[in-house]
Design a protein around this ligand. Sequence first.
Ligand code: CAA
Length: 385
Amino acid sequence: LRSRPMQLELTEEQKMVLQLARDFATREVEPKARELDKEGRWPTELVARMAELGLMGVAIPEQYGGAGFDNVSYALAIEEISRACASTGVIMSVNNSLVCDPLYKFGSEAQKKEFLAPLASGKLLGCFGLTEPASGSDASHMETVAEDKGDHWIVNGAKNWITNGPAADVILLFAAHDRSLGARGTVSLIIPKGTPGFTLNPRDHKLGIHAAHSCTVFFENVKVPKAQMLGEPGMGFKIAMSTLDGGRIGIASQALGIARAAFEKAVEYSKVRKAFGEPIANKQAIQFMIADMATELDAARLLTHRAAWMKDQGVRHSQQSAMAKLFASEAATKIAHKAIQIHGGYGYSTEYDVERHYRDARITEIYEGTSEIQRIVIAANALKA
Ligand code: CAA
């Protein structure tokens, strides 16, 4: 099953993707990150550049519009982009992990041609519709319904916190076709924007990731041809869960990027800021914080790359993705917290970036499954072993 051993050394191809993402992130994304956050501006031009660079379908084969790299490369790219701007990182992650990946895994050849190819090449942007106003963690209890009308479905309901929602061209929607069957009575549908009855609320206002817009979406008697069903009736929840196994690698990588940005800025600041006649980096109180931050960052990266590597091997990685996401997101919050502490009053000011990293880190403990949900997944697997 595990055909080759996990390499800690990156392959030449992975190094190339890392360099490409790093160059783009430092030259084009980082200079804009503060403005994007302050203005809450959707980064249209950066999304277009990510499409040109193959970053919107990193691990999708070239024949379907992707860049044809592996999931470790994908994790490396998300970390680099998120180090510069966490909003841009999650826009990329949602399109790659939550839309392209399930279309590649479960889509028919016709669906791959019609939807995956333009989404993976970045001609179209996707979003993922699972969460509802009354069910986030308890995702199988959906109130959005799809009624079977023979050759089409009629969809009614609402989904919220839909990252990319305001800008997306296509939603991958999950709905109940038979609520008496619970998770087994759910279906997954590909619905393009512009389909009559599919409407949006204005965008949400959030603590962080200000440039990654999200919104509530509504479906009122939306007619969806059966040709736009992903998989079979009954498979919806399983498609959503196995998709999130990949998505959580993306969010772990985003958290890593945020954590690294905060860490690097804290190290830099500690060397130039003087107190009691010397740089604060000479003080053991600061050194111990730096040591913990560096250790957590490395541990988070190792967990994340292991999960990505397992995905590349085609091995079930639900538990490892949950561990990576849990650890990396909590590490990001702790690291950003310490980065502010090291900066003192300046860290609390919007003139410095660490307060943005702190606000951006917080969501990684919530979306794509809260830390509590990750612990449920990890414990269920540990107890089953
Ligand atoms: N892969 C494949 N199948 C899976 C699976 C996985 N990872 N996890 C569960 N399943 C299957 C089970 O085997 C079971 O199948 P059978 O009916 O054949 O036995 C079925 O799905 C139901 O599984 P459970 O009984 O475990 O389901 P549950 O209702 O107890 O829920 C849960 C489990 C882990 C709590 C799940 O609901 C969950 O992950 N909740 C969190 C949802 C979430 O992460 N939402 C994020 C929204 S997207 C987002 O946030 C995007 C964004 O903005 C960036």
